[in-house]
Design a protein around this ligand. Structure first.
Ligand code: ATP
Length: 225
């Protein structure tokens, strides 16, 4: 469903991505690992249409979207769970969940969200500002699920969270996969990536330096980053 070929990205004269090619199939969870500054966030921003200084091709659901504006990519079914979570602090949990537009018939109902994330049901009237890191991350993921996105781009969803919350996020990713959506998981936590992803790309200095299946990734887990 996502096919990226020879992607190059620049910040002014400085090139951040050098010919990156990655693909994510339907019902596939793919991780992208790499150290700080490797280019992970730049790649996600290129995919969703927030970084426009690019060359190469991004195809999504058999359409070339390389020059397609971000809002149209979102409407076509690209969902983004951003690393800073992007919660609207002045809105309640429920208002944050009601905001996203529905883009497909896979969109999760409020009932389903509250069943999957009981903590959000308990905190439904709480303002976004008062949520813990784990609650914010749950809300960010739930908001993407509310749209019915066909592809979820998740930027460091496990960062800074307690193991029990990380495990819950893993369960949700498996549920999304079982429903046939694709997931591109940006993740420096290789242990977590190994528990949820089918395949892994390793990004270094703007280049994909390794593509590994999950058994190989597990074998080399300790030496990868
Ligand atoms: P992190 O895990 O720290 O977020 P990352 O793998 O996501 O790192 P990027 O943030 O994509 O890496 O950065 C890739 C390269 O692009 C780095 O060399 C970085 O210095 C550069 N870069 C990122 N943002 C900008 C910017 N706004 N202007 C100039 N250079 C930038």
């Amino acid at each position: 469903m996502l096919e990226v070929t020879g992607l190059e990205a620049w910040y002014g004269q400085a090139q951040a991505l050098h010919g990156v090619s990655v693909r994510v199939g339907e019902g596939e969870v793919v991780s992208l690992a790499g150290r700080n500054g490797a280019g992970k966030t730049t790649l996600v921003r290129c995919l969703i249409g927030l970084h426009r200084q690019v060359r190469g091709t991004v195809r999504f659901l058999d359409r070339d979207v390389t020059r397609t504006p971000a809002h149209q990519r979102a409407r076509a079914g690209m969902g983004w769970v951003q690393d800073d979570r992007g919660i609207y602090a002045s809105l309640t949990v429920e208002e944050n969940l009601l905001l996203p537009p529905r883009v497909s018939d896979r969109a999760w109902t409020m009932e389903r969200v509250y069943e999957a994330f009981p903590v959000l049901a308990i905190r439904r009237r709480a303002p976004g500002t008062t949520l813990s890191g784990g609650e914010q991350q749950m809300l960010a993921i739930a908001r993407a699920l509310r749209t019915g996105a066909r592809l979820l781009l998740m930027d460091e969803p496990s960062e800074g969270l307690a193991p029990v919350v990380v495990a819950r996020i893993g369960e949700i990713i498996r549920e999304v996969k079982a429903a046939g959506a694709g997931v591109l998981l940006i993740e420096q936590n290789v242990k977590f990536a190994a528990t949820v992803a089918d395949r892994h790309y390793l990004l270094s200095q703007g280049r994909i330096v390794e593509t590994l299946d999950n058994s190989e990734f597990r074998r080399r887990e300790g030496e990868l980053l």
